[in-house]
Design a protein around this ligand. Structure first.
Ligand code: MG
Length: 159
């Protein structure tokens, strides 16, 4: 049914446009120099600003605490990146008020240099989140752009 298909697509877009994205700081937004703040990893803050503009909720998810955490928040703010929440699910959360409090953050996506396989570059991260592509799809496209196209093998010619 065409109508239902349309509904599904807009529902999907809605989900994609309102993702909660947890972002690590050290080693992810800046080079790892903890407790100092390292140099920005190329395009990190520009990408984060684009994701905020696309209505995603960004949560800073860091092991930093106290003054060191404030320094990181200020560093991001000075570059135009304002987080929805910091080290918690939503701005008002506190342990006593949230009956469902759990140490496990409820994010849709994590951007963290401790991911298996490490941190993709920020251009790739943007493509994956904003265009809903898999890591493999983005890499294949990047390879495709660099190499002349080869004739595709039919599946029965593979292996
Ligand atoms: Mg890290």
């Amino acid at each position: 049914m065409l109508n239902n298909d349309k509904k599904d697509v807009s529902l999907q877009q809605n989900i994609y446009n309102n993702m909660t994205i947890a972002v690590d700081f050290d080693g992810t937004i800046v080079e790892h120099r903890y407790p100092e703040i390292g140099r920005e990893i190329p395009f990190a803050t520009d990408t984060l600003k684009m994701l905020i503009q696309e209505r995603h909720k960004l949560i800073l998810w860091s092991v930093r605490e106290g003054k060191l955490l404030e320094d990181a928040v200020e560093w991001c703010r000075a570059r135009g990146v304002e987080f929805y929440a910091i080290n918690k699910d939503f701005p008002e959360e506190d342990v006593e008020k949230n009956m469902h409090f759990s140490r496990k953050l409820k994010a849709d996506v994590w951007i963290d240099d401790r991911n298996v396989g490490g941190l993709p570059d920020w251009g790739t991260i943007y493509e994956m989140i904003s265009k809903h592509k898999t890591y493999e799809q983005v890499l294949t496209e990047q390879l495709g752009a660099a190499e002349p196209e080869k004739p595709k093998k039919k599946w029965w010619q593979l292996g």
